[in-house]
Write a protein that binds this ligand. Structure first.
Ligand SMILES: [Zn+2]
Length: 424
């Protein structure tokens, strides 16, 4: 017979729990460990932890799924008596091995939460043999604990505000990223002044004067962000995230490419000439060559670009304008100031509507763009958080509630990420 220490070790329990018996349940093909909390004078309410007098036996014995032993599923089984809490009335007492109301043990929760931040929905449900909706509730309760335990706004100085849209474009999340740590600090459904206002309410509630301590705020230049920031932290330097600006240029370029493609296609219907058809098709497929940074182009894309330079002078100029703007962000502040103004006057005279419009937007945000360069806000960070949230939303927008998506995003990208149980 193994001793108590070994049983506890195998079940991931500490000295506050007594293992009474371990048996194999033939009907269900599972191991069941009968346990009980070590004797305490009065048990505590499962909701608030206040020690309270006993009430009744509750609904008798309960089982909690724990981590597998090899290929065998393991359950803890124990009485679940109720206590009479002054605040919550008759409530099931707290147990050391599981969160209140959960059907899984804490170590099981930790493992699933970690997996949810690391692998696909299919991989988790297959590996741990639970339904996806259980994964969703585990993620939510683990995040609730992390949120209650840690002050995620401590020392927040330089933040980036952004919005993420679902694939269908009907649902939005507003997010706030810490530029210094690269962590996601807050997310909420919606993209308007009231939503962002709630972030600042929460920040101020977490410690007085914290809004005033924000020194830099970056964003995509949207008016709703600027308005709230101006009101809540008026002294913060407002910056434009370079990757949003470059994205605007990429959109403008794509518009020019589509115009060239439509013109070429129009030529087909008129002439029905095979040669022209090839031209339109080539333009349609030129997208990636035009989008990518020149240093990342493969040989095929490089050839495509040379071809555009020879056959589509207007599209080629648009490409050079996009690249010119991207280059501004790779320069030091002084050079960038000169280069940006050169770019503005070049774009103003370029006679390509999409870029003339872009130039107007750039002029509007000129100060914020230069501030981002001057203060060296780590653009790579907010961009990478942005990309990762988009990946999470691919699973997450399938969730019924945005809270589950936010919990998963916070656990995956926040400052306090889940670790595997039993690891130091
Ligand atoms: Zn209570």
């Amino acid at each position: 017979m193994l001793n108590a220490t070994v049983w506890r070790g195998l079940l991931g329990l500490d000295r506050s729990v007594v293992v009474e018996m371990v048996e194999f349940d033939d009907d269900e093909d599972v191991v069941v460990a009968h346990v009980r909390p070590r004797k305490v004078k009065r048990a505590a309410c499962g909701v608030c932890g206040r020690s309270s007098p006993a009430y009744d036996r509750g609904e008798g014995r309960r089982r909690w799924r724990s981590l597998d032993w090899g290929t065998i599923r393991v359950y803890l089984e124990a009485d679940a008596p109720r206590v009479d809490c002054v605040e919550h009335g008759p409530t099931v007492r707290t147990v050391p091995w599981a969160r209140h109301g959960a059907g899984h043990t804490r170590i099981f929760d930790e493992q699933v939460a970690w997996l949810a931040t690391q692998c696909s929905k299919a991989a988790i449900t297959e590996l741990v043999r639970i339904a996806w909706r259980h994964v969703v509730s585990i993620v939510a309760r683990v995040w609730a604990d992390v949120e209650a335990l840690h002050d995620r706004f401590a020392g927040l100085r330089r933040i980036g505000v952004d919005e993420i849209s679902s694939k269908s474009g009907h649902r939005y999340l507003s997010v706030v990223v810490d530029h210094d740590s690269g962590a996601l600090v807050w997310a909420a459904p919606g993209r308007d002044r009231a939503t962002l206002g709630r972030f600042f309410d929460l920040l101020e509630a977490s410690g007085e004067g914290r809004c005033a301590q924000i020194t830099h705020v970056s964003g995509d230049g949207a008016d709703w962000i600027s308005a709230v920031v101006a009101q809540r932290c008026p002294n913060a330097v407002r910056c434009a995230d370079p990757f949003h600006i470059v994205a605007w240029a990429t959109e403008a370029l794509d518009q020019v490419r589509r115009e060239a493609w439509n013109a070429a296609r129009g030529a087909i219907t008129q002439r029905r000439a095979g040669r022209v058809h090839g031209h339109a098709k080539a333009l349609k497929h030129a997208r990636y060559a035009l989008w990518k940074n020149p240093t990342n182009l493969n040989t095929y894309q490089r050839i495509k670009l040379d071809w555009i330079a020879k056959t589509e002078p207007r599209l080629w100029r648009a490409y050079l304008l996009k690249e010119g703007l991207r280059t501004v962000f790779q320069l030091g502040y002084d050079e960038a100031t000169i280069a940006l103004d050169h770019w503005i006057s070049w774009a103003r005279r370029c006679r390509i509507d999409a870029f003339v419009d872009l130039q107007r937007r750039i002029v509007k945000h000129r100060a914020a763009i230069l501030a981002a360069i001057e203060h060296g806000l780590s653009n790579g960070r907010i961009e990478s958080v942005n990309t990762k949230i988009r990946l999470i939303t691919r699973i997450g927008f399938g969730f019924k509630s945005p809270d589950a998506l936010i919990a998963l995003a916070m656990l995956s990208l926040g400052g306090h990420r889940p670790t595997l149980p039993g690891r130091k």
